[in-house]
Design a protein around this ligand. Structure first.
Ligand code: NAD
Length: 425
């Protein structure tokens, strides 16, 4: 993959960076941006690749690769999650960092975009090894993070404990406690009430607005959710709470199905006990690939990127796809779904609830004052609803898909900030 600087004509492959660059190219063309401005937006501001040496519990040494990419700072400090996954590489992190810039602009929080990753499968490591990986990675990227610079948060394979280790490592290096360096912290360390479920709450809220826009009554609706982690599990729960029958869910170990709808509360207990959705008694096991093609109203991919492709998009039977994950739909699949009149609610809108409440957490840390949960959830719903209506209005007025509309609104806001600030020197 070429460096994004060479991005004016993105290559036609299906990796996330190519898709992210193609989406930007489309928005740049529709907004009539100059070639220079387009290149500026296609190029990350700062990238850091580090090696993360790990002393393993058995005394041996492993060396992992870590990344932090800061795509844009023009509207404020960079913001984005930290992912622990074996497939993480620099191009994936670049794509995710760019999407964070657009997401923050779309929901109008004063941040740019960033993303980090360590190429590691957390399931292969003990808790003490994960702590050493996190602390060493934090030390390596320490010069470029901070509450006014770049603020990490949880993503695939990381959680509030990871954030506590980052905050502690950063604070020890500074000599004082810096709660604002991460979001998604434990509540007792200054985390926000409502943060843990914020992404899922937002995804479900958007899914319900999408159903309303297509005249679908949640009480008679069905859904399938791919991924049962921080995003998928809560989304399934909120959809079920709204009366939707969640017929299928999956995780990395497999997929389960119940025609009448899964009992999400009981399933959650099963997952807490066993670590997987597989083996849940009131369900049958199905082929995970088949989950994407089930006859349901709403499909929520909430696991990894690139799962809806040109090979399976024709088979999708849902009339609404709500992207809980980042980048789950490839460019080719997007075109097929559009042709088939499937409403695709893009990631930068659908899963923005997490960054919205991360912003609230950062504000609370800066104020040293905790909001109550109702205040957090009300403000979250207000921000998500505003972004939804912005996208619907733009898509309707200009005849664009929701992804095109969302990307154009976001890019336009970032461009406006660039225009007002000017180009230094
Ligand atoms: P997580 O690690 O908590 O959960 C990931 C889930 O996906 C797990 O259930 C895992 O078993 C499953 N999974 C992994 N590979 C799979 C596969 N090939 N098929 C089916 N299931 C698979 O991660 P998360 O935080 O829930 O993140 C999920 C997605 O949502 C990612 O794309 C992430 O970038 C995005 N996202 C997360 C947040 C957040 O606040 N955590 C916010 C916005 C977007």
């Amino acid at each position: 993959m070429a460096h994004p600087e060479a991005a004016a004509t993105p290559p036609a492959s299906t990796d996330p960076l190519s898709d992210a660059l193609a989406q930007l190219a489309e928005a740049a063309s529709a907004l009539d941006l100059s070639d220079g401005l387009h290149r500026l937006l296609a190029t990350p501001r700062r990238e850091l690749q580090v090696s993360v040496p790990l002393r393993r519990d058995d005394g041996s040494t492993a060396v992992l690769s870590g990344y932090r990419v800061q795509h844009n700072f023009t509207r404020g400090p960079a913001k984005g999650g930290l992912r622990y996954s074996p497939s993480v590489d620099l191009d994936e992190v670049r794509a995710l960092a760019m999407w964070m810039t657009w997401k923050c602009a779309l929901v109008d929080v004063p941040y740019g975009g960033a993303k980090g990753g360590v190429a590691v499968d957390p399931r292969d490591h003990s808790t003490s090894e994960l702590e050493r990986i996190t602390r060493r990675y934090t030390s390596e990227i320490l010069p470029i993070i901070g509450p006014d610079v770049d603020i990490p948060a949880p993503d695939i394979g990381t959680d509030e404990t990871t954030m506590a280790w980052i905050m502690d490592t950063f604070s020890v290096a500074k000599g004082y406690t810096v709660p604002g360096v991460v979001t998604g912290k434990p509540i007792s360390l200054g985390g926000s009430l409502g943060r843990a479920l914020a992404t899922s709450r937002g995804v479900a809220h958007i899914a319900l607005m999408a159903m309303a826009s297509r005249g679908i009554d949640p009480a008679h609706a069905t859904a399938a959710v791919q991924g049962f982690g921080k995003v998928g599990r809560g989304t399934a729960r909120f959809l079920a709470d709204a009366g939707v029958r969640v017929r299928a869910v999956s995780d990395i170990d497999g997929a389960i199905y119940s025609h009448d709808g899964l009992d999400i509360a009981r399933l959650s207990e099963h997952v807490d006990r066993t670590g997987s959705v597989v083996g849940f008694d009131a369900s049958e096991q199905i082929d995970p690939a088949y989950l994407l093609a089930l006859e349901v109203d709403v499909l929520v991919p909430a696991a990894v990127e690139g799962v809806l492709t040109e090979d399976n998009a024709h088979a999708v039977q849902a009339t609404i796809v709500v992207e809980g994950a980042n980048g789950p739909t490839t460019k080719a699949a997007d075109a097929i779904l559009q042709q088939r009149d499937v409403l695709v609610v893009p990631d930068i809108l659908a899963n923005a609830g997490g960054v919205v409440v991360s912003y609230f957490e950062w504000v609370q840390a800066n104020q040293a004052y905790q909001w109550n949960e109702r205040e957090v959830n009300d403000r979250l719903e207000e921000k998500m609803a505003r972004a939804w209506h912005d996208v619907v209005a733009h898509a309707g007025a200009h005849g664009r898909t929701f992804r095109q509309a969302a990307t154009m609104i976001a890019v336009e806001r970032v461009v406006e900030a660039h225009r007002l600030r000017g180009l230094y020197p």
